[in-house]
Ligand binder design. Structure first.
Ligand SMILES: Cc1cc2nc3c(=O)[nH]c(=O)nc-3n(C[C@H](O)[C@H](O)[C@H](O)COP(=O)(O)OP(=O)(O)OC[C@H]3O[C@@H](n4cnc5c(N)ncnc54)[C@H](O)[C@@H]3O)c2cc1C
Length: 651
């Protein structure tokens, strides 16, 4: 039963028990409190959401009850029980480190920051264990086997990135992977064990050894739940669940000072002060339709950082996953090919023989996606614009043991029993390799602002991410960001954040809500955006198509300025959040398209039919994009090389 440091609602409840609780509540807190630690809560103050956030649900129930009876005496509330949470109701919430996002990157960052002694606030627009990391099926990479090596993992990652990944960051990620994995195991993640009782692994694409560790096909979910349990243990970590961040705040010197939040439950707005902010707000797949990404993946953090001047990097690099269900975008995990599944065209040909004769279905994602799309475009696909994935070659017992979720996906969403017949699939939007540019500790060029996970670009994935390297990226760089942020703010005062931004945001949101119904709807604009991106900024691209996409995105940006919503309320108003997310998505889309136009070569996920060659002399560099005078401005940065010279990339 969740029970926060709670109010002592003396007047309304029997001594020693909260209403509805069949065991004595933790009333020892109340008894131990010196009188000075109590604040008087006037009736009606419960409507102040910041107050409600620190009350346990039973106290809230008790106060609600009291407010329904005339003339209730004031409730008494415990003030400042948590280190780093300095007020109740009055003032603003204040933390050493504020983590925006509670997926794997955010939770790992929060845990590391708390372990380094910081007070931490962690925000999520959904309940943390419903974050998109929950969807990760296949596993996490680590060179743990004595016959494997971090160097081999690093080389595969560099090659997979088409030499655009920064090799110093890749080395760190691959070196630290085994320890990170073992830490998770010791915390309680139930990784698959083989018949000898050792950690079992599967082969993933682009890897020269089987090094993907997994929990059936629910790896992300399993890790997320274990990290959440760990966070609950920490008194230094305060969780703000179902709060939506609308913008980042800076002080007069440009240092990060906090963020503006909307409490989704009742629509009130708050300014949160922080000495450091870690963005861990996930990817932007919803820009595309279809996508494997959850509805919440709208690139909010990427856009918020961009709006305050943080550069984004590698934004043109959008991964299409080779095996998604046509139309719906649901993912059939790469674990299926890892277990041995084959790809066929409509003529019954195992076509990967032509494109990657050595690795076949285990070539990297960009290579397999392009192969499938070529088969479809050249008329060798099925009538529904797909090719077939045949999992029946995997023993049925093994399918039920290791791929049970996709047995359900096949049955429920395609009407196919994957243990008996092939399933139709096609390439679909899956992952953004680019994001907020950071160093190897997650720091962005904005003092005090960090980023980790899919919203960040360290860059360990470069032009193409290898399967099962993203969970690793979230954990390694989440941990490094949390630790670095906590250590760098020790002894620092909280920065002065202007309340003007809060008032601007409140005004902007109330304008959206008050608007009449003249503008286009959020869903219409989003659908046109998704279709445009999928048509012109997908597996194959060219200049004419990219220019059409840019024109469309800019028109949609104008239309979004007067978008209409139906819900005029304040409680769980998802309509208004949809309008805010649409703005974030359009900023992301504009940055993706201008970067894709700029890169006049083919590398990794960016395949330009008008520039089909990789051109290292001119383009072995990152494209950075920053906001300048309201429009994206392009610059370049060096790719960090340590020990691997670029080679031709064949599989
Ligand atoms: C179907 C699928 C399967 C995958 N399988 C694998 C796999 O097997 N192995 C692998 O390595 N990778 C896999 N990936 C990729 C991987 O799951 C993601 O890249 C990774 O989980 C992203 O984690 P994250 O912590 O960066 O973000 P997320 O898990 O997306 O979390 C983002 C958080 O930010 C919060 N947030 C966002 N915006 C706001 C806002 N405005 N205000 C407040 N909170 C906000 C959200 O509520 C959420 O808590 C898969 C991806 C998909 C789509």
């Amino acid at each position: 039963m969740p029970h926060r440091e709670h109010a002592a609602v003396d007047a309304y409840q029997p001594a020693g028990a909260h209403p509805g609780l069949d065991r004595p509540a933790a009333d020892s807190h109340r008894d131990e409190l010196p009188a000075s630690d109590h604040a008087v809560l006037p009736p009606g103050e419960l409507r102040n959401t910041a107050v409600r956030e620190v009350l346990c649900e039973f106290c809230i129930h008790a106060i609600h009850k009291s407010e329904r009876t005339p003339g209730p005496p004031p409730a008494r509330v415990l003030a400042g029980p948590r280190r780093g949470f300095h007020r109740i109701g009055l003032g603003m919430p204040e933390h050493d480190v504020l983590v925006i996002g509670a997926g794997l990157a955010g939770q790992r960052a929060a845990l590391a920051a708390a372990e380094a002694g910081a007070s931490v606030g962690i925000i999520s627009k959904v309940h943390p264990v419903r974050s998109h990391s929950n969807a990760a099926q296949g596993g996490i990479n680590a060179a743990l086997d004595p016959e494997d090596s971090w160097e081999s993992h690093a080389f595969d990652t560099v090659k997979g990135s088409d030499y655009l990944g920064d090799q110093d960051a890749i080395e760190i990620m691959c070196r630290e992977a085994p320890e990170e994995l073992l830490d998770l195991e010791h915390l309680g993640v139930t990784f698959h064990r083989n018949e000898e009782g050792r950690l079992g692994k599967r082969a993933f694409r682009g890897a020269s050894a089987a090094r993907t560790y997994y929990v059936a096909d629910i790896t992300g979910q399993a890790i997320l739940h274990v990290l959440y349990e760990q966070l609950m243990k920490h008194h230094e970590v305060y969780r703000y669940e179902e709060w939506f961040t609308t913008s980042l705040l800076q002080d007069d010197e440009g240092r990060i000072a906090g963020a503006v939040m909307r409490n989704i439950r009742d629509g009130t707005m708050e300014l949160f002060a922080a000495k450091a902010v870690i963005l861990a707000s996930g990817g932007n797949g919803q820009i595309y339709d279809p996508t494997t990404n959850a509805l919440i993946c709208t690139g909010d953090g990427i856009a918020m950082a961009y709006r305050i001047g943080a550069p984004l990097m590698d934004m043109e690099m959008i991964q299409y996953h080779p095996t998604t269900l046509a139309g719906l975008g649901l993912l059939i995990t790469e674990g299926a090919r890892g277990e041995g599944a084959h790809l066929y065209n409509a003529e019954g040909e195992r076509f990967m023989e032509k494109y990657a004769p050595n690795k076949m279905e285990l070539a990297s994602r960009d290579v397999v996606s392009r192969a499938e799309q070529t088969e479809i475009n050249e008329g060798r696909g099925f009538a529904d614009g797909t090719v077939a994935l045949d999992i029946t070659v995997v023993p049925r017992k093994r399918i039920h043991e290791a791929l049970r979720e996709i047995v359900n996906v096949g049955r429920d969403f395609a009407g196919v029993d994957i243990t008996r017949e092939p399933i139709h699939i096609k390439p679909g939007n899956h992952y953004v390799m680019g994001g907020v540019k950071t160093d190897i500790n997650g720091q962005t060029p904005i003092p005090g602002l960090y980023a980790a996970g899919e919203c960040a670009c360290v860059s360990v994935h470069g032009g193409n991410r290898l399967g099962a390297n993203s969970l690793l990226d979230t954990l390694v760089f989440g941990r490094r960001s949390g630790k670095h942020a906590a250590e760098s703010v020790k002894g620092m005062m909280v920065r002065e954040a202007s309340r003007a931004v809060l008032r601007d945001e409140e005004r902007m949101i109330s304008q959206i809500i008050r608007r009449d119904g003249a503008g286009r709807r959020v869903s219409e604009i989003k659908a046109e955006l998704g279709e445009t991106m999928d048509r012109y900024v997908a597996v194959f691209r060219d200049e004419a198509g990219l220019n059409t996409a840019l024109e469309t995105v800019r028109r949609l940006k104008d239309e979004a300025r007067v978008v209409s919503i139906d819900d005029k309320g304040s409680v769980f108003n998802q309509d208004v959040l949809g309008a805010l997310e649409l703005d974030f998505m359009l900023d992301n889309a504009e940055c993706i398209v201008v970067s894709a136009i700029e890169r006049r070569e083919s590398r990794g996920a960016q395949y330009r039919t008008d520039y089909p060659e990789r051109k290292d002399d001119e383009w072995l560099k990152h494209i950075d994009v920053s906001l300048d005078g309201g429009v994206p401005d392009i610059s370049y940065s060096e790719v960090t090389m340590t020990q691997w010279e670029p080679q031709e990339r064949t599989y």
